[in-house]
Design a binder for this molecule. Structure first.
Ligand SMILES: [Zn+2]
Length: 217
């Protein structure tokens, strides 16, 4: 994989990413939670037909709000974890009611994945890890040396565990699982700055606690 572009979108400054397979130039958008003029330009410049997937880390409104728009622009397949499907239409889960009834244009998922499932973006393998805790079907995606963590693991922090379908024990287990991955992945989170797994293991208090003591929650 050669390209990771970051776009900050929406009122909550969600990180939306574009990744590209270097061999075939095929691309995917991760978490189009808002409109970005820069993302629109990337799609125009690199060719909407080269976008294969819209990959979702989870179903909160700030990560899915413009899926329909970008699906229409690219004809890409929407990828989501099986346990997160309710979020697409349930406003009490995706929380889009906070921003008015028309905030989320309906869309359908095309590829519903389970933990460990792999999709191919050109010659790049993208593996889904089901990491519940922030939401019941939250997911992280490994591709090459990159780890897209959504709102599960963020630089020096973790996602909220007080929202509907969140579970702090599951979050601790998910953080532990991420922390036990062998490679020093580059972390691309759902909000805030990028990091690395080694940095997070040193500095992130939630990840450290999850790794050192599974009974603290
Ligand atoms: Zn979230």
């Amino acid at each position: 994989m050669s390209l990771v572009k970051t776009y900050r979108v929406g009122a909550l400054s969600t990180n939306c990413y574009v990744i590209q397979d270097s061999a075939t130039k095929k691309m995917a958008i991760i978490d189009p939670g808002g409109i970005s003029a820069a993302l629109d330009k990337t799609i125009k410049d690199l060719g909407s037909e080269n976008f294969e997937y819209i990959i979702l880390t989870h179903g909160h409104f700030d990560h899915i709000r413009k899926v329909k728009r970008y699906k229409d622009l690219t004809n890409a397949k929407v990828v989501i974890n099986k346990n997160e499907l309710d979020f697409i239409f349930d406003k009490s889960l995706n929380l889009c009611h906070d921003f008015g009834p028309k905030a989320l244009e309906p869309f359908t998922a095309d590829l519903v994945l389970n933990d460990g499932d792999i999709i191919n973006l050109g010659k790049t393998r993208i593996k889904m890890l089901h990491t519940p805790g922030h939401t019941k079907g939250g997911a992280c995606y490994i591709c090459d040396k990159y780890l897209f963590t959504g709102d599960t693991l963020m630089k020096n922090t973790m996602g909220r565990t007080d929202l509907k379908s969140a579970n702090i024990k599951e979050m601790a287990n998910s953080l532990k699982r991420i922390g036990e991955l062998k490679e020093n992945y580059i972390i691309y989170p759902g909000h805030g700055d990028m990091s690395s797994l080694e940095c997070e293991k040193k500095n992130n208090p939630y990840l450290r606690k999850a790794l050192n003591d599974s009974n603290i929650y």
